[in-house]
Design a protein around this ligand. Sequence first.
Ligand SMILES: [Fe+2]
Length: 341
Amino acid sequence: MLAVGSSLWLDRQIGPAPSGTWLARLDVVSRIQSASRSIPVDLNEWQGWRCRPKKAKSMISSLQELVSPLAEADFLDLLRARSFTFRRGSRTDRFQTLLSWNMLRDIIEGGVFPAEKLRVTSKTEDIPPIFYLENGKVNAGNLAKLLRQGASLIAVPLDPYIPALNVLCSDIRTRTAENIKAGAIATTGDGGALKYHFDSHDLIIIQLEGNKHWKIYGPPVANLFKKDETLRPQGSLIFDDLMRPGDFLFLPAGHCHHCDNGPDLSLHLGIFFEPPTGYDTVRALLPQLIEEEIFRAPLTRLGDAANRTALEAAIKSRLLEKIGQMLSSEQGSAGVKTKSP
Ligand SMILES: [Fe+2]
């Protein structure tokens, strides 16, 4: 039984040529289309015919496939060293199976992507949701109007709502033990979607449609978690170029950057790498500590100095033990959610 809309490519082998290639090959495309039912197909009726599935665009479902032709181990070295990397793509359709502008619009306008997670900007300034939401849902007409006027869409996280991204992020999560998510920025006018800024997470950026002009400065800031809303370009310009469909960029955390796409539609996808830090580990411990009596004891009611000294020693010892357990456990670190201070 073939499902409605499925396709068959049928090859008939009438004898191999000496070279091993097909002597003759007959391609028959049987596109079965029925609006209301599946059509039974008895493959036994086609003696001598070989059925092969329709050749699909190469899917990108793993870290290795995403960073190819770089080896995964080499990319993980770049990730550890936080080394800025740009690679010009050899094929403009290389990442097409992951996301397209039509897919993004469909899940936003169809309510699959949560409206409250959508951010719309114009020339780096946020547009209040009242201009594109109605009763908590996206008003497709109003959103389309904003897009015609050059607005930008920022949709994060996307992986829970796009199966291909979900599979990819899941693989990267397994390979790195880090918090991984995907997000996209679509721009339809000049000025850029976001102000000049740096991110506290590492990013793989892939350009999907249109172009985007990136300006990236280095070295990275010293404290990734100290945000500065009035940030201005600092350091040296280390990248000043156009990203085109198929291009790949690894942008380590802390590099100040800004991008602009001119008047045309541009869509890029970001894969966010958020490694748990010592801060995250300690923060994750807090709810566990309150379950233990020594952390609930009132410090001002301990009586003499000996009691205070004993409690202080107990707290220090237990803290060291708990932190040690978490840091030494790969699973423990992987489970720690990241959160900027
Ligand atoms: Fe950014």
